[in-house]
Design a binder for this molecule. Structure first.
Ligand code: SF4
Length: 844
């Protein structure tokens, strides 16, 4: 692909063009010709979701750590980008080398959730690759899947040559080595599949054939002798720090914009609805020293100001108090905060909360899952209402005003009383704020329970769409407005998730039909329409509702040939214990519960030993005086001038702002922080530059704690941390104040020569006394006279020179508005114009 077509003709026309540029810090650019096996790792959803996914990053760094292998990344394009790429006949490409996916040996596609299934077809189609594995010849890359949907990938199984079940860290290297050997020996695609099947944890869908009697699945016939079932791959210990110390640092803001530290994998609490709790067993905790090493390397090399302690239940981490104290003692002075996305009621002790709030009070979410103790006993949640209220009482007492609750509706045995109890529980939780109850807010999120494969509830019925709506409406009616907010997952999306999560291979026709009918990006509510799926199912003669019904425990399930390691008998036993409200304790602390996963030779729970040394826990409060001391010290303000050319023009103002914060941190410039609950670096920026505009005249002002003696050295350090296209060219004392009016100059190069009519409009403009345009701001039309805002406008050929006034506190006009309203260019040509800011001068 010509990079110039992408840069000049496509990116200016699409939303969030930065998604397609790459250039993230620590992205690995390898020599294409030196690698023997090349992987394209694809996340089948938009960039901002994919960049938050830890698993793909781990595999990316593991592969790139071996010189024989190369890995690059690609994400599903948004619909506008898909349209533009098709219009220009450009295949989907990787971010690093911008090569077409079809030029790689292996395309590895993550299967993170069911609502991304049509995106897989978008990726394959835009790579020019046939959808079904059986249609692909030797010349196509191998299409290999993996991820949490891998334990029942049947609805999309026929699109893959192979699917990895379980932990991918070791398998990925075994696959790469096999492909390397296969390339050298030139063996057939079929032989490659046979050899892949010999790797533990690799599922070859074409080696199994489902048989039906009418619409009922009656058998899954294995075709390869000795290959009757595939077991999940489990690594005994988490991967070491070597591949984790240089996290990718995105510029376009991902949904989780922070350093992810995987502190443990697997959870053995045994919640009976939770698929992750079954399919990621056993618990494998990372040693505290190793977490400290990864945090040290990660923060230093990224500039992130937040660390997330990742695990299925971070509060259960054996040495959490010790870890929190050590992390905070080390990083609070650098204003790095800690968040824990998945805390469990009862594990959030005052000690832990004290640590969390030392820098910033990150969000506080707890998941009671159900409204009554009875239903929590059914699901083996192992927490009581009193535990929950105690946690809320502590959080409010420590200064949190907002607590988020997560509940499910439709859990097995749920009654309307259980649903109503959600509201009663939320009310009681708010009352625990005591005299501060007026300020306290409880946000209640509700999702419909989806029975998942490999769980004790895999045979259960899912609520119908109508039932889900009825229960959500009941909550809407009962939950008071003041002090509470209700959010709910779209029950239409839960229907599709339910269909696919327990789906079979027949559904691949529905996925293909829906995609052919234009269905895309189902995880995004603005794109998702259940009717489109119902239509596709009808065209295929398939009843979607049948997939939501209860399953007969005596009959075959579509995933019965795929093993999570947890025995089916254990799931049945847990199901009966659920109905009897019997508790199954956590094997981490209460001995083996015989789920069948561990062999206790290689695979067993890996649990840290708690430190016996008493910890010195700082008193409650945010940063200590010492931590936040810089505010009390002298302040020196400097202005840093920089340019912004090339690809970086496609990043938004907010994205550049974050990029500069992190670059300054990594450069070690002692920038001061604001005080209060949410300290942020004292850096302010020149007026926002529109996306797509280059600049020779950007600046930011920073307050620092000491005088800079060697400006050249600081410029050099900052430069080293900025991406290509951004260059610092001067550093000086910041002015005491700005002029109220400034003149900003622009040079515009148009896509096409101006017509005589357009030239005439430009020539006449200076003669006019006013030129009123209409704008829409916050959904309201507003008139603005732009004539007084234009100091100079001149054009010839393809070039336009502009000088615009920027007046403090008043609305300004952008170069693109000038091109549209005065010159009369249409929207596409306005977007394709190359605009460069060339200077800023005070006006007096
Ligand atoms: S086999 Fe025993 S120790 Fe291992 S995960 Fe299952 S219950 Fe826990």
């Amino acid at each position: 692909m010509s990079p110039q077509i992408l840069i000049d003709h496509i990116l200016p026309l699409v939303r969030k063009p930065g998604r397609y540029i790459g250039g993230e810090l620590h992205a690995v650019i390898r020599n294409w010709d030196e690698a023997e096996v090349r992987f394209a790792l694809v996340f089948p959803d938009l960039y901002e979701i994919g960049m938050s996914h830890q698993g793909l990053q781990i595999l990316y760094h593991i592969l790139n750590s071996r010189k024989e292998f190369l890995a690059e990344r690609s994400y599903c394009p948004d619909m506008d980008m898909e349209g533009e790429l098709r219009r220009h006949d450009i295949p989907l490409f990787t971010l690093e080398s911008r090569r077409a996916l079809s030029s790689f040996d292996v395309i590895g596609i993550t299967l993170p959730y069911e609502l991304c299934y049509t995106n897989i077809l978008t990726v394959l189609d835009m790579a020019g690759i046939s959808f079904r594995a059986e249609q692909r010849s030797r010349s196509f890359p191998l299409i290999i899947g993996g991820g949490s949907c891998g334990l029942n990938p049947e609805p999309v199984a026929e699109f893959f040559d192979a699917i990895v079940l379980g932990d991918g860290e070791e398998v990925i290297i075994e696959i790469a080595e096999l492909v390397m050997t296969a390339k050298k020996s030139g063996i057939s695609r079929q032989e490659i599949l046979h050899r892949l099947a010999d790797i533990e944890g690799v599922y070859i869908p074409s080696f199994f054939v489902p048989h039906y009697a009418g619409s009922e699945l009656i058998d899954i016939q294995p075709l390869k002798p000795g290959y009757h079932a595939v077991q999940r791959r489990v690594i005994p210990n988490l991967p070491g720090p070597d591949t984790l110390g240089k996290p990718l640092v995105p510029i376009v803001k991902p949904i989780h914009d922070r350093l992810g530290l995987e502190i443990a994998r697997g959870c053995t609490r045994g919640c009976r609805f939770c698929q992750a709790g079954m399919i990621y067993r056993p618990v494998r905790e990372r040693p505290v020293d190793e977490i400290m090493t990864i945090a040290e390397q990660g923060v230093k090399s990224s500039g992130f100001d937040e660390m997330a302690l990742l695990s299925l239940s971070s509060g259960d981490f054996s040495c959490l108090p010790e870890l929190m104290v050590r992390l905070m003692d080390r990083f609070a002075g650098q204003y790095v905060s800690i968040s824990m996305p998945s805390m469990r009621v009862g594990t959030l002790t005052g000690e832990i909360m004290d640590q969390i709030k030392r820098v910033r009070k990150t969000g506080f979410t707890v998941a009671p899952e159900a409204g009554t103790d009875r239903l929590r006993e059914v699901i083996n949640k192992g927490i009581t209402e009193e535990d929950l209220l105690e946690t809320c009482r502590s959080a409010f007492a420590m200064g949190w005003n907002l607590i988020k609750f997560y509940f499910m509706i439709g859990l097995p045995t749920e009654t309307l009383e259980d649903v109503e109890a959600i509201v009663a529980l939320a009310r009681r939780a708010r009352q625990t704020a005591g005299t501060n109850a007026g300020k306290a807010q409880i946000n209640v999120s509700v999702g419909t329970f989806v029975p998942k494969p490999h769980t004790p509830f895999q045979w259960e019925q899912q609520l119908s769409l109508a039932e889900s709506r009825e229960r959500i409406n009941l909550l809407k009616k009962l939950l008071p407005r003041r002090g509470f907010k209700l959010k709910w997952q779209d029950p239409c999306q839960s229907v599709l998730e339910g269909v696919f999560s327990r789906g079979d291979r027949k559904l691949s026709h529905v996925v293909e039909t829906a995609w052919n009918n234009g269905v895309r990006l189902d995880g995004w509510s603005e794109h998702y329409r259940l009717e489109n799926w119902q239509q596709a199912a009808q065209e295929c003669g398939i009843d979607l509702d049948a997939y939501l019904q209860a399953r007969d425990p005596g009959k075959i399930l579509p995933w019965d040939h795929l093993g999570s390691g947890v025995k089916k008998e254990f799931l049945v036993q847990e199901y009966h214990k659920a109905l009897a409200r019997e508790y199954t304790p956590d094997c981490r602390t209460n001995g083996c519960q015989m789920c069948g996963l561990c062999d206790f030779k290689v695979i067993r729970p890996v649990v840290n030993t708690r430190s016996e040394t008493p910890l010195s826990v700082p008193q409650a409060g945010t940063l200590t005086k010492k931590d936040n001391g810089p505010e009390q010290r002298k302040r020196y303000s400097y202005r840093v001038h920089y340019t912004r050319f090339g690809d970086v023009r496609f990043f938004s103002h907010l994205e550049v702002l974050q990029l500069i914060f992190r670059a300054v941190t990594r450069a070690g410039v002692p920038v001061l922080y604001s005080q209060g609950f949410n300290p942020s670096p004292r850096i302010s920026f020149s007026p926002a530059l529109p996306v797509g505009v280059e600049s020779e005249a950007e600046y930011f002002d920073m307050d620092i704690a000491s005088i800079i003696d060697d400006t050249e050295s600081v410029i050099e350090k900052l430069d080293r941390q900025l991406p290509e296209g951004m260059k610092v060219f001067a550093l000086e004392a910041a002015p005491e104040s700005e002029a109220a009016t400034q003149v900003i100059s622009y040079r515009v190069h148009l896509n096409k020569q101006l017509t005589a009519g357009q030239q005439e409009k430009i020539n006449q403009f200076p003669e006019q006394e006013s030129f009123v345009i209409e704008r829409i701001r916050k959904k309201k039309k507003k008139a603005l006279d732009i004539r007084p805002l234009v100091k100079h406008l001149q054009a010839s050929g393809n070039d336009v020179h502009l000088e615009l006034f920027s007046i403090s506190g008043r609305a300004g006009v952008s170069p693109k508005e000038i091109l549209h309203h005065i010159v009369g260019l249409d929207e596409e040509n306005v977007l394709l114009a190359r605009v460069k800011k060339t200077g800023v001068a005070d006006f007096s």
